[in-house]
Write a protein that binds this ligand. Sequence first.
Ligand code: HEM
Length: 411
Amino acid sequence: MTPVPKTGCYLEGLSGLTSLSATTTCLDPQAAYRRLWETWGPVAPVELGPGIPVWLVMGYREIRSVVRDELHYSRNSSNWRLIADGHIGPESGLAPIMFPRDNAYFSDGDKHRRLRAPLVAGLAGLREQHMAQVIRETCARLIERMPDEGPIDLVALYAAQVPMLTVAGLFGIAPELGDRLQACVIGLFGSGEDSAERFGEMETIVAGVISEHRTAPAEDLTTAFLNHPGHRDDGEVLASMLLMLGAGWETLQVWIAQTLRIMLTDPRFEARVRGGHLGIDDALDHVLWADPPMANQPTRWAVADTVLGGQRIARGDALILGLAAANSDSWVGGHDRRDSGNRAHLAFGVGPHACPAQRASRLIARIAVETALHRLPDARLAVPASEIPLRPSPWTRGPEHLLVTATRARF
Ligand code: HEM
C-alpha cells in the first residue's frame, strides 16, 4: 500500500470542530446542519472523534457528484490517511464501520460491479409473496413474545429484532440462529470492545449456513449467492452474506422505530395514517425525507487532491455523506415535497453504491409498522415525548428506547 502523505492536509490543521454526533443527538438536527452550512458552505469539516477530522458533505449536488466520481473518491478505506499511518487499527471502535473488508461495500470499479451483481440478482429473484409471509410471521412472533404486563420497549423488543430476523429468514437461516446473529450484531456495532469476537462468531454461524446449503440447496438468498458467477468462492459468498446481514440491521431498525415514534408523538400524523389519509408507504417516505435512518452515511476517501463545494480536499481525507442535511437542501425544494409520493430523497444513497435492498427493506418496514398498528392498536407512550432518548451514534438518528403501554390484539 502506498503511504498517503500527511503534509499539506488542510483538514488536519483545523481545530475546535463540531462533533459529527452533535448532528444526530441534538433536538433540531436541521438547525445544526444549517449552522455548519452557514459557517463552511455545503462541505464542512467536523470531528468524528477526538483527533479524527472528516468532511461532512451536505449539499445534494455535492453528494451526487462525489458518489459518481470514482476517480477522485474511493470506497476503499485503505485510502484513509489515518488507517494508512496506523492511527486507526482493527481494534478501534470504528473498525466495524471503517476497516476495509473484501466485499462490494468497500470496493470500487469493476470489482465492485462484480461483487454487487449477486446482491442485486439475489434480491431481484426473491418472490414478494413468500418474502411478505416470512416478514409477517416474524413480526407476529415478536409481538406474541412481548410481556403481558408493564411497559414494552418497542425498540428493543420489536424494531431492533425485525431486521435481523427477517433478513436472516431471506437467507434461509432458522429463527434460533437469527437470534444468535442478532446478539452478535449488537456486540459488533455496540461498544466495540468485543466486536472482533462477535464478528468471529457471526462468521462461524454463516459459514455453517453456507455448508448446509451446499449439500441441501433451497429457494433462498444463500443458494442464489452460491450459484451466482460473480462470487468466485465460498469466502466471497460469506463476505456478501455478512455485509447484507450487517447493512440492513441498523438502518431498518431506525426506520421502523422513527416511524412508530412519529405515530406515537404526533396525534395528527397518527390519525392521518389510521384514517387512511396517509398510506403507510407515504408515512415511511415522510421519515426518509425528514429523518433518514442513515443521517450521515460513511464514507468516501479522496484518492487525489481536489476541490469540492469550495473546500480543498486532500488525498487521504475522509468524506461523510450528510444525507439528512441534503434532503433539506433548498436546491431540492425545501420541506414541501414530503408526503407527496416524491422519492427524490437521498435516504438510500445514490450512484453505483446506492442501497440494493430498497424493495426488500420497504416491504419489511411496511409490514413491521402495519403489524404493530394492527396488533397493538391502543399503544400509547409510557413516558413524555421529550424523554425519549436518542441513539448515541454519529451515523443514525433514532430513538434508543420507545416505551409504550399496549394490549395485544389477538387474531
Ligand atoms: C434489508 C435491509 C437492507 C440491506 C440488506 C441493505 C444492504 C445494503 C448494501 C449491501 C449496501 C452496499 C451496496 C454497495 O456498496 O454496492 C447498502 C448501501 C446503502 N444502504 Fe442499504 N440495506 C438495507 C436497508 C437499508 C435501509 C432501510 C436504508 C435507509 C433507508 C439503507 C440505506 C443505505 C445507504 C444510504 C447505502 C449507501 C449508499 C452509499 O454509500 O452511496 N439501507 N445497503
